[in-house]
Each structure stands twice: as C-alpha cells, then as structure tokens.
Design a protein around this ligand. Structure first.
Ligand code: NDP
Ligand code: OXD
Length: 321
C-alpha cells in the first residue's frame, strides 16, 4: 500500500450505485493503492490525493486539503459544478465507449419507438384493435440532436445509418459527415423548425437550464409525418420545464415524449408523467456507468497523472461541462 490514497464518495441509492460494489471494483484495479470508502470515521483527510465521486453533497470534497484530482463517475458534472466549495483541482468526467454505446442504444430505441408508432400499437394490442397505420420510411423523419458532444455525435451517426435525416445543435460550430450542424443561439430556431424528433443530450449549465420549454416546443416542425413533434430527453431533468411538457402533450404541441431524467429524482409518485399516455418513462438509466469499465478508466487516468501525462476529459469549469 505505497501509492497515494483514493477516496470513494458515492451517493445515488440505486443498484448501479451500490458503494460496496464500486469499492470491490476499485480494489481490484488499484493494486498497491489504499481505496477508502467514505464515510470512514478513522480516516485522516490529509492522506487523500484522489476522489472518485458520484453526486457528493456540496462541501464534502472540501474536507480533503491535499486532493489533486477529482474523478466524476459519470458524464454529467452538474452536481459538482453546483458546489461552491469544490476544490480547485482538475475534474475528470467519464467519456468512454461503453457509456457512449449505451446512450446510443437508448436514443435509437426511443427514436424508433416513436417513428414506428409503438405507443399507438401497444395501446391497440391492449384493446385487441386491428388498426394498422401507415409506417413512414426513416428518411421522412428529421431527428434533431441538441448537444453534439461525445454522446450526441455518436447517436447522430447511428441514426444516419438507419436512414433518418439528422441535424444537430451545439455551442460551437461542428462538421460531422452526413449531419447538418447548427450552433449557438442565432441558429437554434432554424434547427428547431425542421425537427420532428428532438433528442436532448445537453449538459445542465446555467445556459441550458429549462431550455426545453413551451417556446422551444412551439418552434418544432409542425407538419411532419408523425403529426406532432416528439421530445426525447436523456440529458438532465433540469433542462426541462416539466409543467410545459405536460401542457404541451395535453394540447398537442408535442405528440409524445420519452423521458429518462427529471427535475426531482426519483420521480415523485404523484407526478403525472407516470401515467400520461403520451409519455414513455425510464428511471435515469439511459446509459449506466459500468463499475468495471469506469474503475479501470479511473485507475488508468491516475497512472497517467502519476507518470506526468495529461489527464483526459478534464471539465472546463468556466463552461460548466
Ligand atoms: P459533452 O460535453 O461531450 O457534450 C455536450 C454537448 O452539448 C456539446 O456538443 C456542447 O457544445 C453542447 N452544449 C453545451 N452547452 C450548450 C449550449 N449552451 N448551447 C448549445 N450547445 C451546448 O457531453 P456528453 O455528450 O458526454 O454528455 C451530455 C450529457 O448527457 C451529460 O452532461 C449528462 O447530463 C447526460 N448524460 C445522461 C445520462 C443518462 O443516463 N441519462 C448518461 C450520461 C450522460 P460544444 O460541442 O460546442 O461544446
Ligand atoms: C451520467 C449519468 O452523467 O449517468 O453519466 O447521468
């Protein structure tokens, strides 16, 4: 046990975020390194050089005066960015092919679900109603992806391979083969106007909070084959105005929604999303962070850091993602 200590600080409460599970994976991949699962009453906080975290409470990381790197065990760092006392050391986030592929599966599944009118077909089945509806080709549908980063760009490529018309919107200008790219506030309306299925894979920042609201939904393509535009949000719940989504589903501004993330998680039992006939709901598991993959990723990054190589996927704190 001669290498600098790594602290694990994991909140989340779901099966995937079982702290013991992560501890056993980190013990396997961090040989000769002390891995401490917090809280640990006997711990001397000055020993900790690295922290691997999921949803730490504000102030928790400030307890370690000798911290050198923080590893967020997921892709989105909004919970950490909200911590005003976050130590000013590099913050590394997850950007790995395993998680990216999982998110692309989710996006493809839900785009196809709405495109192939699955909610309607399942309702027909429950009612024993033989009532086929014309199925449009993928090429008739324009999928617009908000956020063309690690996840958005990968999902966009997969959708083009299925024949969808794919556009994307990001903060800075992009060039991606086969995808019409828009960027910045000035090009948002042009992007929305041609979008039949809107996929949100944005990070939550002060600029993107509640960006998915009635004004934005009203600008989506209104005369597409699906009858009304569809929203798929797997970014963060804070991106969406939930009252607006419900009202827009009710009045037909939106034809359907697939939601994986919510303003309050777990989603409260009295939320109308649970029972709304136009909502396909998943419990924030579009793309799970796999403990085997991510413990190896963090261990590799620590080895790089200790050999003097640059850390990868360091968050830009001024952008907030
Ligand atoms: P990236 O940082 O790689 O990409 C973010 C994209 O959003 C970039 O294209 C960026 O633009 C764009 N963006 C950011 N701010 C703005 C803005 N104000 N206006 C326009 N575009 C903006 O992140 P990832 O692709 O890795 O992940 C995206 C998000 O997905 C995460 O932050 C997380 O919240 C969520 N997520 C959800 C999961 C789930 O299971 N539901 C799992 C994993 C992640 P630019 O390229 O110009 O910087
Ligand atoms: C993530 C997530 O950000 O799982 O990785 O939401």
């Amino acid at each position: 046990m001669n290498k600098a200590a790594l602290a694990l600080l994991i909140h989340g409460g779901t099966e995937n975020w079982s702290p013991q599970r992560w501890k056993s994976r980190f013990d396997n991949v961090c040989s000769n390194r002390r891995v401490v699962l917090l809280p640990d009453a006997g711990l001397d906080p000055t020993e900790i050089r690295y922290a691997a975290v999921w949803k730490p409470a504000p102030g928790e990381l400030a307890a370690f005066p000798n911290l050198r790197v923080i590893f967020n065990l997921g892709a989105g760092v909004d919970a950490l960015m909200a911590d005003r006392s976050l130590p000013k050391v590099p913050l590394v986030r997850v950007a790995v092919s395993d998680l990216t592929a999982r998110m692309t599966e989710y996006v493809v599944l839900h785009v196809l679900m709405h495109h192939r009118q699955e909610p309607y077909l399942r309702a027909s089945q429950r009612e024993k109603r033989w009532a086929p509806k014309y199925q449009w080709p993928a090429s008739a549908i324009s999928v617009g992806i908000m956020g063309l980063g690690t996840l958005g760009a990968h999902a966009a490529r997969a959708l083009t391979q299925l024949g969808f018309r794919v556009t994307g919107w990001s903060r800075s200008a992009k060039r991606i083969d086969g995808i019409e790219c828009f960027h910045g506030a000035a090009q948002l309306d042009a992007f929305l106007q041609q979008t039949d299925i809107l996929v949100s894979l944005l990070p939550l920042t002060p600029d993107t909070r509640h960006i998915l609201n009635r004004d934005l939904f009203a600008k989506l393509h209104r005369t597409g084959p699906l009858g009304a535009p569809v929203l798929i949000n797997a970014g963060r719940g804070g991106l969406q105005n939930e009252a607006d989504i419900l009202a827009c589903l009710d009045d037909g501004t939106l034809g359907g929604a697939s939601l994986d993330v919510y303003e309050t998680e777990p989603l409260p039992p009295d939320s109308r999303f649970w029972t709304h006939p136009k909502v396909v709901l998943t419990p924030h598991n579009a793309a799970d962070t796999d403990a085997d993959e991510i413990s190896k990723y963090v261990a590799r990054q620590i080895e790089r850091f200790e050999s003097g190589d640059a850390l990868e996927n360091v968050v830009d704190a001024t952008r907030g993602y």
